[in-house]
Design a protein around this ligand. Structure first.
Ligand code: KG4
Ligand code: ZN
Length: 348
C-alpha cells in the first residue's frame, strides 16, 4: 500500500467522503478529504483460493464479516470519526449481486444515520476515474481513450469528461482477467492467477508456442477462444510431457500473456485510429500486468501516444476510486435516494 501522510485534522467544513467497495472478492473502504486520499483499506478474501475462483455466496459472507472492521480501519487511518463524514459513496454495480447488497445496505444505513448524501457509483466508471486520484503524477488530459481491463469486464471507453464516457468496444464473452485466471488454473497456479502468470511469463519464451488470435470485427474483443486454444495447448503439451519443466510452464504462461496483450493492443490501435485521439489511459486489475505496461509504453513511444496507468494500488479493486467517482457525482448534484438498489449488470 502507498504511504499515506500522517492524518492531519481535517479543516472544519471539509468535504469528507467515505467510499465503500464490495462488488467482487475485495472488501474495501477509503476516506477522501477535499479530494485527497487519507486512507485506502482493502481486505482480500482468502476463502476463494481453495475453490480456484470466486464463490459468490462465500464472497457475500466474507463482506459481511469484513466490512465493519475495514470501514473502522479506514476512519482510524484517516484520523476522523464517523460524525465527520459528509457523504457516503458505494459501488452500485456491476458485480456479484449478493456482494453488492452488503455494501449497498451498509452505505444506505450509514448515510441515513448520519444524515448525509448517499452516492451510487458505477464500478467501471470508477476504474476510469482512478486516474484522477491525486498524488500519482501526471493525469490523462481529457478527452482520452481508456482501456478498462479487469477480472469481470474488458472495454474501450471514450472519456470526454469524468461523467461523460462512451463505451466504444467491449468483450463479447470473457474478460481479459478471466482469461488470465482460467489459464493460470490450467497451469496449476493459485487464484487469482493474473499476477502469477505475470511472474511466470517474465521467465518464459513467448514465441515458443502459438495461439490463434481471435477474429472479431470492429473494436469488440473475444477471449473465450483464447482460453479454449490455451486449454488445448496445455493438454497437448502435457500429453507429450506429463511433468513439464518449469521452463515449459513459464513458456506457456508467456504465450498466454502475449496473446491476451496482442488482442488488447490491436483493438486499442484500432480505437485510436477511429477516434483520432492519442491520449490513452489503462486501468483495472489487469493494467498492473508488467507485460501489458511495457508493451503499451513501447507502442506509446513509437506512435507518439501519451499512455497513463494509475498506481497499482488504484488499478485493482479499491474504494479510493469509488470515493473519487462519488466526488464527481456529488459535485454534479447526482445523489441517490435511500432506497437505491444495486445491479449486477452494467446499465444498458
Ligand atoms: O479490477 P480487479 O481488481 O477486479 C475486477 O473488477 O474484476 O481485477 C481483477 C483481475 C483478476 O482477473 C486478476 O487476475 C487480474 O485483475 N490481475 C492481473 C494482474 N494483477 C491483477 N492480471 C494480469 N497481470 C497482473 N499483474
Ligand atoms: Zn474492478
Amino acid at each position: 500500500m502507498a504511504k499515506l501522510a500522517a492524518a492531519p485534522k481535517p479543516r472544519s467544513g471539509a468535504e469528507i467522503i467515505l467510499g465503500i467497495e464490495s462488488s467482487c472478492d475485495d472488501t474495501a473502504a477509503a476516506v477522501l478529504i477535499d479530494g485527497v486520499v487519507r486512507s485506502n483499506v482493502v481486505a482480500g478474501q482468502e476463502v476463494h483460493r481453495q475453490w480456484g475462483g470466486v464463490v459468490p455466496e462465500l464472497a457475500s459472507r466474507a463482506h459481511q464479516q469484513n466490512l465493519v472492521p475495514v470501514v473502522h480501519e479506514a476512519l482510524r487511518r484517516a484520523g476522523i470519526g464517523p460524525r465527520e463524514i459528509t457523504a457516503v459513496a458505494f459501488t452500485q454495480g456491476p458485480g456479484l449481486i449478493g456482494a453488492l447488497l452488503v455494501g449497498a445496505c451498509f452505505a444506505r444505513s450509514m448515510a441515513q444515520a448520519l444524515g448525509v448524501p448517499l452516492i451510487a457509483v458505477d464500478h467501471l466508471q470508477a476504474h476510469v476515474l482512478a486516474h484522477f486520484i491525486p498524488g500519482q503524477g501526471a493525469i490523462p488530459e481529457l478527452p482520452f481513450i481508456n482501456l478498462t481491463v479487469s477480472g469481470g469486464h474488458t472495454r474501450i471507453v471514450h472519456v470526454r469528461s469524468p461523467l461523460d464516457m462512451e463505451v466504444i468496444g467491449t468483450t463479447l464473452d470473457d474478460a481479459a482477467g478471466e482469461a488470465f485466471d482460467k489459464g493460470a488454473k490450467l497451469l496449476g497456479l493459485a487464484y487469482p492467477g493474473g499476477p502469477l502468470i505475470d511472474q511466470w511469463a517474465r521467465r518464459g519464451d513467448p514465441q515458443r508456442f502459438r495461439l490463434p488470435l481471435p477474429q472479431v470485427d470492429g473494436l469488440n474483443m473475444s477471449f473465450s477462444g483464447v482460453k479454449t486454444a490455451f486449454r488445448d495447448l496445455v493438454r497437448h503439451t502435457m500429453e507429450k510431457d506429463p511433468a513439464p519443466s518449469e521452463q515449459t510452464r513459464a513458456d506457456l504462461a508467456a504465450t498466454l500473456q502475449r496473446t491476451i496483450i496482442e488482442v488488447l493492443v490491436e483493438k486499442l490501435i484500432a480505437a485510436v485510429d477511429r477516434v483520432g485521439c492519442d491520449r490513452i489511459g489503462v486501468s483495472g486489475g489487469v493494467s498492473v500486468n508488467s507485460g501489458l505496461r511495457d508493451r503499451l509504453q513501447g507502442e506509446g513511444r513509437a506512435r507518439h501516444w501519451t499512455v497513463h496507468f494509475p498506481h497499482p494500488e488504484y488499478c485493482t479493486d479499491n474504494a479510493a476510486m469509488i470515493a473519487m467517482a462519488g466526488r464527481s457525482l456529488l459535485h454534479a448534484g447526482i445523489v441517490a435516494s435511500l432506497d437505491v438498489v444495486p445491479h449486477a449488470r452494467p446499465p444498458k
